[in-house]
Design a binder for this molecule. Structure first.
Ligand code: CA
Length: 219
C-alpha cells in the first residue's frame, strides 16, 4: 500500500519508513503539511504527525477532508486528549501516540484500510518526484513523460531509493539490497551507477547525496 508519511523528525520518519518498507508497503515521506495537500492523491493511506513545521496537523486534516476521504492515522506526540478528540472529529480514522510501537502501527494501518468504505484502487506502485516517475512493477522510468532506459543494476539502485521516497537510504543498505553478498567489491560500483543514473535522469534534484551516509530519492 502507498503510505504517505508526514513527519518532520528525521529519526522518527526513518524508523517508520523502514518498518513500512519491510512489511511490503511503499512509504513516501514528506516533511510539511503543504506537501500532504499536494501529494495525497498518490497515496492509499496518510500517517499524519500533528506537529509539522508549516501547518498544524489538524489544519492539514481539515483541509484534506474538504477534498478527500483518504484513510488517515494521526501520530501525536502530545498524548493530549484534546487534539486526539479533535483529530477524530475532523475525520481521522485512528490515532497513535508517540513513541509509536511498530507492531501496533502495522495493525492499525491494516484495520483502518479494512474499514475504509471505498475499496482501494488496485495498488499502483509508481513513485513520483517532480517529473520523474518510477513504476516499480513495470520497471519503467520516465522523465517529463519520456521513457529513460536504465540497466538492470541502475534500475535496482533507483528502485531501492524510490521505494522509500523522501527518506535517506545508507550506502550499506543499498549495496546489500542491490548486490547482496557480492557487495564487498562494489562500493566504487555504486558510485558509478549513481553517476550514470543522474546523467540519465537529468534531474539533479531527484537523487540527493546525504554526506557520509547515503542517498535519497525525492525531496
Ligand atoms: Ca513533528
Amino acid at each position: 500500500m502507498r503510505v504517505l508519511l508526514a513527519e518532520d523528525d528525521d529519526g522518527v520518519a526513518g524508523a517508520l519508513t523502514e518498518v513500512l518498507y519491510e512489511h511490503g508497503h511503499l512509504p513516501t515521506r514528506v516533511r510539511r503539511g503543504g506537501d500532504v495537500l499536494a501529494r495525497h492523491r498518490q497515496a492509499d493511506l496518510l500517517l499524519l504527525d500533528l506537529g509539522l513545521p508549516d501547518l498544524d496537523g489538524l489544519e492539514v486534516l481539515r483541509k484534506l477532508r474538504a477534498v478527500s476521504g483518504l484513510p488517515v492515522v494521526v501520530l501525536t506526540a502530545r498524548g493530549d486528549e484534546r487534539s486526539v478528540v479533535r483529530g477524530l472529529r475532523l475525520g481521522a480514522d485512528d490515532y497513535l501516540v508517540k513513541p509509536v510501537r511498530l507492531a501496533e502501527l502495522l495493525a492499525r494501518i491494516e484495520a483502518v484500510t479494512r474499514r475504509a468504505t471505498t475499496p482501494a484502487a488496485p495498488a499502483s506502485r509508481t513513485v513520483v518526484a517532480g517529473d520523474v516517475e518510477v513504476d516499480l512493477d513495470a520497471r519503467r522510468v520516465a522523465v517529463g513523460g519520456v521513457e529513460v532506459r536504465l540497466t538492470t543494476k541502475e534500475f535496482a539502485v533507483l528502485a531501492a531509493l524510490a521505494a522509500r521516497a523522501g527518506t535517506a537510504v545508507s550506502r550499506q543498505q543499498l549495496m546489500d539490497e542491490v548486490w547482496g553478498d557480492a557487495y564487498l567489491a562494489v562500493s566504487r560500483s555504486l558510485d558509478v551507477h549513481l553517476t550514470q543514473l543522474r546523467a540519465k535522469l537529468g534531474r539533479p534534484g531527484a537523487l540527493t547525496t546525504i554526506r557520509g551516509f547515503g542517498y535519497r530519492f525525492g525531496d
